[in-house]
Design a protein around this ligand. Structure first.
Ligand code: GRF
Length: 213
């Protein structure tokens, strides 16, 4: 399955996908890395892995719709069948989300539907949550909403700073994002009544200590 990965920054999740795709038996390859920022480090990661890149600055477009239409055209040209948001910091128009419905996924650093939006780790700590984690989900028009494909849980330690928590969660992001892509590329994922069903997959008992979901 061909992937397009959309980034705006550091691209560590992109790197996890690049590394996963490098394995012979991984059923996906990255056909395009697209960024809205010319200086996104993710673009360098893509170039290092000989993956085609494209930059479209949202500042060059009159409105969100025309920017998104230009992105769609680039993604279609690449032949991508699945679009992976990986730290892409632009809200997407309804039209874009509709066009790529059930072919557009995102990773968010909380256990959705808790803590949508920005400053997730600060808010998680402020609320005194004992656990946090990350979620891979299909994208719907509302931000950080959509059928959940995969999640991993981490403990929140009493002494955690937002950066500590972010780092602990990021490790899990790098595990569950490639795994979710693998399930999709294997054709085992379907959305039914806005819930994701993964064929032959049951989260094992004890998975909280050894995330395998
Ligand atoms: C990650 O925490 C991801 O969950 C969120 O944005 C961050 C991107 O990090 N959507 P990176 O660019 O993949 O390193």
């Amino acid at each position: 399955m061909k992937l397009a990965v959309l980034v705006s920054g550091r691209g560590s999740n992109l790197q996890a996908l690049i590394d996963a795709c490098a394995a012979d038996d991984f059923p996906a390859e990255i056909a395009l890395v697209l960024s809205n920022k010319a200086d996104a480090y993710g673009l360098e990661r893509a170039s290092n892995a000989n993956i085609p890149t494209a930059v479209l600055s949202h500042k060059d477009f009159d409105d969100r719709e025309s920017f998104d239409a230009a992105m769609s055209a680039k993604i279609e040209d690449s032949g991508a069948e699945l679009v992976c948001l990986a730290g892409f910091m632009r809200l997407l128009s309804d039209g874009f989300v509709r066009q790529w419905r059930d072919r557009l996924i995102n990773i968010h650093p909380s256990l959705l539907p808790a803590f949508k939006g920005l400053h997730v780790h600060e808010r998680t700590i402020e609320e005194g949550a004992r656990f946090s984690g990350c979620t891979v989900h299909y994208v719907r028009p509302a931000m950080d909403e959509g059928p959940i494909i995969s999640q991993a849980v981490v403990a929140v330690h009493p002494t955690d700073t937002p950066d500590d928590l972010a780092a602990r969660i990021l490790e899990q992001e790098h595990i569950i994002y490639p795994r979710a892509v693998k399930y999709i590329a294997e054709g085992r994922v379907r959305v039914s009544a806005e819930r994701v069903l993964i064929e032959d997959h049951i989260v094992p008992e004890g998975a909280l200590n050894n995330p395998a979901n």
